[in-house]
Design a protein around this ligand. Structure first.
Ligand code: ADP
Ligand code: MG
Ligand code: MG
Length: 317
C-alpha cells in the first residue's frame, strides 16, 4: 500500500518497527516537531515489544515462567490481542512466537530464511504455541505463559504504534491533518488540506508498482497483510511470514488481505486474521465488518473479493 499526493505537508521518513515509516503531517503547532514526537512514540513502542532485543519488556514476559505484572498499555494491548483471537476463531494468534522463531521470520524486514523446518519440528513447536497457553488475569492485570509458549505481537504492534502516534498528535493539535504509515499500514490523522481524501493504493501482490484498487480515506486506518514482503520461494512453493495457527505452515489461500477500520489496531489484527482465513473468503468478507473492519482479499488465483462496505472507500470523492 502506498499513498499519493502529499504536497505542502512536512514529510518525515524513518526506520522503526522493523520497517520504513513515513509521517506526513500539517499542523499550526509546528509540523516538524509534531512528526518527530510521533516518530519517537512509535520507536518507544517498537523497543518495548521488540523480540530481537532480549531486554525488551515483551522478551521479559516471554522468558518468565511465572506471573508477570503488566503496565496499563501492555494490558490493554494484550487484552485486545486475545479478544481478536477469540472473534477470529483463532486465526489471529498472538502466541506464535516459537513457530515464528522456528521459521526465522522474526528477523529484520530485509532478511528472509531460506529453509523449511522439518515436519517433526513444526509439530513439536505447535505444542509450544497458541493462545490457549496464555493466561491473562483481567482482575490483577497479570499474564502467565504456559508450556514454554512465547508471545509475538508482529501482527498487531504496528497498528498499536500507529494509533499511539495518532493519539499523541491529536493531544497536541486536534486539528492536525495528514497520515502516518509503517510498512504499508496507515493511520489517517485528518483529510488532506482539511477536506480532501488521502488516496491509498492497494498493491498488486504479483506486479511491482501496479495497483489493484484505490481507497479514498479521510479518517480511520488501513492495513494489509501480504505474502510478498517477507517470503522465500523453494521448489516453486512460496513460504511467507503469516502462519496458520492450525498447521504451523504459512497460511494458504490469499496473496493479500486489506482491512479498513476506525483504528489501526483493528485493521492490523483483522488483516492478519483475514489473510489466515482467506480460504473462507466468503465468510470473511461478509462477517468481518461485524468485528469492525471492511475486507478486501486478493485470493491465491488473483481474484479480488471484498465486503460490500469496502466499495464505499473505493469511490473517488
Ligand atoms: P505485516 O507485518 O507485513 O504488516 P501482518 O500484520 O500480517 O503483516 O503481521 C505479520 C506478523 O505477525 C508476522 O511477522 C508474525 O510476527 C506475526 N504473525 C504471523 N502469523 C500470525 C497469526 N496467525 N496471528 C497473529 N500474528 C501472526
Ligand atoms: Mg496485522
Ligand atoms: Mg500489517
Amino acid at each position: 500500500v502506498f499513498v499519493r499526493s502529499q504536497h505542502n505537508y512536512y514529510e518525515y521518513d524513518g526506520f522503526t518497527l522493523g520497517t520504513y515509516c513515513r509521517i506526513v503531517v500539517s499542523s499550526k503547532k509546528g509540523s516538524k516537531s509534531l512528526a518527530e514526537i510521533m516518530f519517537d512514540e512509535m520507536d518507544r513502542i517498537y523497543k518495548k515489544y521488540n523480540l530481537n532485543d532480549e531486554n525488551s519488556f515483551l522478551s521479559k514476559i516471554n522468558t518468565s515462567k511465572d506471573w508477570v505484572d503488566l503496565d496499563e498499555e501492555t494490558f490493554v494491548l494484550l487484552d485486545a490481542a486475545v479478544k481478536f483471537s477469540e472473534i477470529t476463531s483463532g486465526a489471529f494468534d498472538p502466541a506464535l512466537g516459537n513457530l515464528i522463531e522456528l521459521w526465522g521470520f522474526n528477523k529484520i524486514a530485509e532478511h528472509s530464511p531460506e529453509t523449511v523446518p522439518s515436519k517433526f519440528d513444526i509439530a513439536e513447536t505447535l505444542k509450544k504455541s497458541g493462545v490457549r497457553n496464555v493466561e491473562l488475569d483481567r482482575n490483577t492485570r497479570r499474564i502467565r505463559l504456559l508450556n514454554g509458549v512465547k508471545l509475538d505481537l508482529g501482527g498487531i504492534a504496528k497498528g498499536y504504534a500507529l494509533d499511539r502516534a495518532y493519539q499523541i498528535a491529536k493531544e497536541i493539535d486536534p486539528e492536525c491533518t495528514g497520515f502516518v504509515e509503517a510498512g504499508g499500514d496507515i493511520r489517517i490523522l485528518g483529510p488532506k488540506f482539511g477536506s480532501r481524501p488521502w488516496v491509498v493504493g492497494v498493491k498488486d501482490p504479483r506486479k511491482a508498482d501496479s495497483v489493484v484498487t484505490y481507497l479514498y480515506l479521510t479518517e480511520g486506518a488501513v492495513a494489509t497483510s501480504g505474502d510478498y514482503e517477507r517470503y522465500f520461494i523453494l521448489d516453486n512453493v512460496r513460504y511467507h511470514h503469516i502462519l496458520s495457527p492450525e498447521t504451523g505452515y504459512p497460511a494458504q489461500g490469499a496473496q493479500s488481505a486489506t482491512v479498513v477500520a476506525k483504528d489501526a489496531v483493528t485493521a492490523d489484527a483483522l488483516s492478519t486474521a483475514a489473510f489466515v482465513m482467506a480460504k473462507d473468503w466468503e465468510y470473511v468478507v461478509l462477517e468481518y465488518p461485524k468485528f469492525g473492519g471492511s475486507v478486501l482479499i486478493i485470493t491465491e488465483d488473483g481474484s479480488v473479493c471484498r465486503s460490500p462496505s469496502m466499495r464505499v472507500y473505493e469511490q473517488a470523492k
